[in-house]
Design a protein around this ligand. Structure first.
Ligand SMILES: Nc1ncnc2c1ncn2[C@@H]1O[C@H](COP(=O)(O)OP(=O)(O)OP(=O)(O)O)[C@@H](O)[C@H]1O
Ligand SMILES: [Mg+2]
Length: 235
């Protein structure tokens, strides 16, 4: 089986500073993979490099069998990747509907645009109710749903989510996590997720990866990490 996403020997950082230190990572089609690790471990840097926001110092990113290393985010979106950045990344002064439309900027067919919008509304009915509300005035949970809805507007095959549950009340964390699962199940979208909530991250994923200071420490069955001793070894 060829992986939908295959990262090999990825080294990336900021200027001369190296943050991600030779990471190999494969995500199979339809899989949910969770990336765990301490603050500053390099999780966001890894996702941003995969998505094309950071050019790697070395290593390769292969998507659907094609080398996309260093390709621009807009080309990646057009090809089926989408990133929900840490801290939402919505347009705070635009309405919910305008945000969704911008999320679908690569969509040229109006019918497809309407279908995707309906899909986002089915997943998050609150967005339909609040279509005309200004994004920045939504609650934290609603903003996160909007950010995910925006990413879905481009019809991604690989949805990359950077800590979607951060700062949310427990009930909302459950809500967002079950939406991620629903997206995976009903749309067949492959998911690469960074999550600081271990319980939820491990529960949702088919595979877990632990990053420590930019290196991969673990890659395997999430159930194994549910064992506290194993987890203590990791963290
Ligand atoms: N734009 C930047 N310029 C310089 N250094 C940065 C930049 N962004 C992040 N870093 C550094 O890179 C390291 C890894 O950061 P990164 O955001 O990838 O970690 P993370 O695992 O996502 O952490 P968190 O769990 O807090 O989100 C940190 O030491 C951070 O300070
Ligand atoms: Mg981060």
């Amino acid at each position: 089986m060829t992986a939908l996403l295959a990262v090999s020997g990825l080294v990336a950082g900021y200027g001369k500073k190296t943050v991600v230190r030779g990471v190999d990572l494969a995500v199979q089609a339809n899989e949910i993979v969770v990336v765990l690790g301490h603050n500053g471990a390099g999780k966001t840097t890894l996702l941003r490099t995969v998505f094309g926001l950071i050019r790697p110092q070395s290593g390769r990113v292969v998507f659907d069998g094609r080398d996309i290393t260093g390709r621009s985010p807009s080309a990646n979106i057009a090809d089926g990747l989408a990133l929900v950045p840490q801290g939402h990344g919505i347009f705070r002064t635009l309405t919910v509907r305008q945000n969704l439309e911008l999320g679908g900027f690569v969509v040229t067919d109006r019918r497809v645009m309407a279908e995707r919008m309906a899909q986002a509304f089915a997943l998050f009915p609150i967005l339909q109710e609040r279509q005309q509300q200004i994004g920045g005035t939504l609650s934290g949970g609603q903003q996160q749903m909007l950010a995910i809805g925006m990413a879905l507007m481009s019809g991604p095959r690989l949805l990359i989510l950077d800590e979607p549950s951060i700062g949310l009340a427990p009930l909302l964390v459950e809500r967002v996590m079950s939406s991620v699962r629903e997206i995976n199940r009903t749309l067949g979208t492959t998911i690469l997720l960074v999550e600081q909530n271990l319980k939820h991250g491990l529960a949702i994923a088919a595979r877990a990866v632990v990053l420590n200071r930019g290196s991969k420490l673990y890659d395997g069955d999430p159930a194994e990490l549910a064992d506290e001793r194993k987890l203590l070894e990791m963290f």
